[in-house]
Design a binder for this molecule. Structure first.
Ligand SMILES: C[S@@+](CC[C@H](N)C(=O)[O-])C[C@H]1O[C@@H](n2cnc3c(N)ncnc32)[C@H](O)[C@@H]1O
Length: 445
């Protein structure tokens, strides 16, 4: 089966597509350095670098040429999610009335060339991946004088009645990925076998393979399952922060203060809750940190959290800011400087995965964040032969690796979805049971 990939980045998601049996003919990505990594890993795919809106005709023409009269099966599109917001239509319209045009993030309009390309290629199935906020994101409808329309409605309207859709917020831990990552996956299809399956069973998604409770299905894969076997690292000094032979098994150093906060943080706790370390006191009932909703319902972290032991007045090993000779508690939520648990999947890996101040990013017991190698395992990239190399021979920086992980979804989970679609479209019967997803449950994090 064949496909094209829009917003392809470095091609991590495409690993799932490719291993489900799809040949990716053409890909498009805006940023050169990301496309360089893609090109190294998919030498037979035609990568078109540039803005999708400008490259629309080239993408269509190249796809048609490579198809040489054959039909295209699938378009995989993963537009940027940074512009998607929970703002409902009312809030957006109010802002527009007040002349605040900036409320419409132009990145949300990228769906327009995406749909145009999909329709022009004649593919039978479109798979879109985005954050769940996409469901509530509105754009001006180009075919109706800019009248506001929800993105999903815009897609349905543009595709017409010939297409059916199956749309879900998928928790990727339900597909055996040792990471909690929820994404909105929207499948639109005019393929007769897929439509028939959808009509009979109500979903085009495969059954989950794992569950949070572990009752009916095996329990979610955990951080322990994925990385406990790796050699220890310690972020205090260069000699212990880098493994000598395992590539990418290294971590950034923590300065003296951060190391002190992290070293005194118990499992699954935040450094903001650390207690007295004065050996002659060790008082452990100092008020812990927290957050509460203000009168507008916005979550605000406490600013009154103590930084000095109420019993001995010793400085607590909590995240602080030094102002002159004085210290104050750092502004931040309790998920910052927090150790992840061994017995859960890790929280969503973002481009900030190497910062201890980012959410739940401290190793379950060692004094450090995750190494890039551990992140690659937790993101399931190591299931595949993916090369951190660029066609121009330049080094792939650690920053680029973090971006590529943060922007993508775990390919092993995607592979299950694409394999399911491939089997259904070939008429190979799949489990008639309705998928009973745990995705309504929020992640532990
Ligand atoms: C969510 S990421 C895609 C992740 C990718 N599917 C993967 O598996 O790694 C979105 C990508 O769209 C790219 N992008 C943003 N604006 C674009 C545009 N106007 N045209 C083409 N690509 C764009 C970004 O550079 C980013 O790499």
């Amino acid at each position: 089966m064949n496909a094209i990939s829009l917003f392809a980045c470095g091609g991590i998601g495409d690993l799932g597509l490719q291993h489900a049996g799809f040949e990716v003919l053409v890909a498009n990505e805006l940023l050169e350095e990301r496309a360089e990594v893609f090109k190294f890993n998919y030498p037979s795919t035609q990568m078109i670098v540039g803005d999708i809106a400008d490259k629309q005709q080239e993408i269509i023409a190249k796809t048609r040429k490579l198809l040489a009269g054959q039909a295209l099966d699938l378009v995989f599109a993963t537009p940027p999610c940074q512009g998607m917001s929970k703002n409902g239509r009312g809030k957006l319209l109010n802002a527009i009335r007040k002349g605040d045009k900036a409320e419409i993030d132009t990145r949300n309009l990228l769906i327009i060339p995406t749909i145009a390309i999909f329709l022009a290629t004649g593919a039978h199935t479109l798979v879109l991946e985005n954050v769940s906020e996409m469901e509530n994101t509105y754009i001006p409808n180009p075919s109706k004088n800019g009248e506001m329309i929800g993105i999903i409605d815009f897609i349905k309207q543009s595709l017409g009645a010939e297409f059916s859709s199956s749309i879900r917020v998928v928790e990727f831990a339900d597909y055996g990925v040792p990471q909690c990552r929820q994404r909105l996956i929207s499948i639109f299809t005019k393929h007769e076998k897929l439509k028939k399956h959808l009509q009979l069973f109500g979903s085009l998604f495969p059954m989950p393979t794992h569950s949070k409770t572990g009752q009916e299905l095996p329990r979610w894969q955990t951080v322990r399952d994925a990385i406990a076997h790796l050699p220890s690292l310690d972020a205090r000094q260069p000699a212990t922060a880098k493994h000598t032979t395992i590539q990418y098994h290294s971590v950034p150093l923590l300065d003296e203060a951060k190391y002190l906060w992290v070293a005194n943080t118990p499992p699954e706790k935040s450094a903001f809750d650390n207690q007295c370390i004065n050996p002659s006191c060790l008082f452990d009932k100092n008020l812990t940190h927290g957050a509460s909703k203000d009168k507008n319902g916005i979550n605000r972290f406490n600013t009154e959290t103590p930084l000095y032991c109420i019993k001995c007045n010793h400085l607590l090993p909590r995240p602080w800011v030094k102002e002159g000779d004085n210290y104050r508690i750092m502004k931040g939520y309790t998920s910052a400087y927090k150790r992840m648990g061994w017995d859960n999947p890790c929280s969503t890996l973002t481009r900030n995965l190497s910062y201890a101040c980012s959410d739940n990013k401290v190793h379950p017991e060692q004094n450090r964040v995750l190494s890039l190698y551990e992140a690659m395992i937790l993101h399931t990239i190591t299931h595949y032969a993916f090369h951190w190399q660029r066609t121009d021979g330049k080094k792939v920086s650690d920053k680029l690796i973090r971006e590529l992980i943060g922007e993508s979804i775990p390919p092993a989970g995607l592979e299950k979805i694409f394999s399911h679609l491939a089997l259904l479209s070939k008429g190979i019967p799949q489990s008639p049971k309705q998928p009973s997803f745990g995705q309504q449950e929020l992640c532990f994090a």
